[in-house]
Design a binder for this molecule. Structure first.
Ligand code: ADE
Ligand code: ZN
Length: 336
C-alpha cells in the first residue's frame, strides 16, 4: 500500500477535539472577523508557540486561541473545515469532541456552539459524504457542579450529541470525581468515554472503567504499566483511542519510534489511531497513520486492522458500520 492508498483507506476518527482543529490561518481570519486580538503578531509566531513542554502548556494555548470562536458561523466554519480535511484523508465517520465549558465560561451560549457545529457537520456531509456525531466533554479541572449544569444545558441537543467525555488537565483530577454526572449521562442514554492514562497513572484507567463505566478509553497509553489492567482491557475488548503525534508533541512519549502502539497491539488490545488536536500537533488522522508506519514499522495488515477497529469501536448503528466495513474489506485497487 503506498502513502496515497494509506491516506485513502476508509477510517473513522474517534478522538478529535474540534477546538484543536483551529489552524493558525483560520484563528487569524476569525480574530479579524470578530475584532478579537490574539496575543501573537501573526501566523508564524503562533506556530512557533506550538513547542509544548507538557499537556498543561498546550492547554494554555488551546484555551487562549478559543477566544476567536464567538458566533454560530465560527463553529460551523470550524467543523466544516475539519471534516473537509478529514474526508480527504479517508475519514468516513468522526466522533467529534467539543468542550462546552470552554465557551460558556466566556459567555458564549451552548446553543450557539452546538447549532454551529451541527450546521458545519451538515455542510460537510453534503459536500463530501462524511458522517459525524458530537461528544461533549466535561473539563475535569473545573467544578463538578458545572459538569452537571452543562449536561442539563445539553439536553435539547441529544439528537446530535451521542456521548459525553472527560478531558483537560488530567493529573490531580481522577475520574471518580465525576461519578454522579456520568451516571446521569448513562441514564439519559448517552455513550460514555474518558481521557485516562495520557499523563495520569493506570489507576485513573481502572477508575474510568469501574466507577464511570466508560465504553472507550481516550489515550490509555499508560495501561502498559499494569499487566492486570492490560488483561482487563483486552478481555473486555475496551477500545483505546491512541494519538501518536499528540503523545510526542506533549512529551508523554520521548520520540515516535518509542511509542507504545506496537506493544499495545502485541498485548491484544483493541486500539485506534487518531489525531487529538491536529492543528497543534502536526497532522490529521491520515498523517498519524503514515507516521506510525514510517517510525514504528506497523505492517499493512496491522494498519488495516487499525482502520477496521476504528469502525467497530465507533458508536454508529450497525447499518452504517456494515457499510463502511464492507467498503474497507472490499476490492482495494491498492492491494498488491
Ligand atoms: N483537550 C484537548 N486535547 C486534550 C488532550 N490531549 N488531553 C486532555 N485534554 C485535552
Ligand atoms: Zn484528547
Amino acid at each position: 500500500m503506498d502513502d496515497a492508498a494509506l491516506l485513502a483507506l476508509p477510517k473513522a476518527e474517534l478522538h478529535l477535539h474540534i477546538e484543536g482543529t483551529l489552524e493558525p490561518e483560520l484563528a487569524f481570519a476569525l480574530a479579524a472577523r470578530n475584532d478579537v486580538t490574539l496575543p501573537y503578531a501573526d501566523v508564524a509566531s503562533l506556530r512557533r508557540a506550538q513547542a509544548f513542554t507538557d499537556l498543561q502548556d498546550f492547554l494554555d494555548l488551546y484555551y487562549a486561541c478559543m477566544a476567536v470562536l464567538r458566533t454560530e458561523d465560527d463553529f460551523a466554519d470550524l467543523a466544516a473545515a475539519y471534516l473537509t480535511k478529514a474526508a480527504a484523508q479517508g475519514v468516513r465517520h468522526a466522533e467529534i469532541f467539543f468542550d462546552p465549558q470552554a465557551h460558556t465560561s466566556r459567555g458564549i451560549p451552548i446553543a450557539t456552539v452546538v447549532r454551529g457545529l451541527r450546521r458545519g457537520i451538515e455542510t460537510a456531509a453534503q459536500d463530501t459524504g462524511v458522517h459525524a456525531d458530537l461528544i461533549a466533554c466535561f473539563l475535569r479541572d473545573r467544578p463538578v457542579a458545572e459538569a452537571h449544569e452543562t449536561l442539563d444545558a445539553l439536553s435539547p441537543f441529544f439528537d446530535v450529541i451521542v456521548g459525553v467525555g472527560l478531558d483537560s488537565a488530567e493529573v490531580g483530577y481522577p475520574p471518580a470525581l465525576f461519578a454522579d454526572v456520568f451516571d446521569r449521562a448513562r441514564d439519559a442514554g448517552l455513550h460514555v468515554v474518558a481521557h485516562a492514562g495520557e499523563e495520569g497513572p493506570p489507576d485513573y484507567i481502572w477508575e474510568a472503567l469501574d466507577v464511570l463505566g466508560i465504553e472507550r478509553i481516550d489515550h490509555g497509553i499508560r495501561c502498559l504499566e499494569s499487566p492486570a489492567l492490560v488483561r482487563r482491557l483486552s478481555s473486555d475488548r475496551i477500545p483505546l483511542t491512541t494519538c501518536p503525534l499528540s503523545n510526542v508533541r506533549l512529551r508523554c512519549v520521548p520520540t515516535l519510534s518509542e511509542h507504545p502502539l506496537p506493544a499495545m497491539l502485541d498485548a491484544g488490545l483493541v486500539v485506534t489511531v487518531n489525531s487529538d488536536d491536529p492543528a497543534y500537533f502536526g497532522g490529521y488522522v491520515g498523517d498519524n497513520f503514515l507516521a506510525v508506519r514510517r517510525d514504528l514499522g506497523i505492517t499493512d495488515d496491522a494498519l488495516i486492522t487499525l482502520a477496521r477497529d476504528s469502525f467497530t469501536a465507533s458508536f454508529v448503528d450497525d447499518e452504517l458500520r456494515t457499510r463502511w466495513l464492507t467498503e474497507l474489506d472490499g476490492p482495494r485497487s491498492l492491494r498488491p
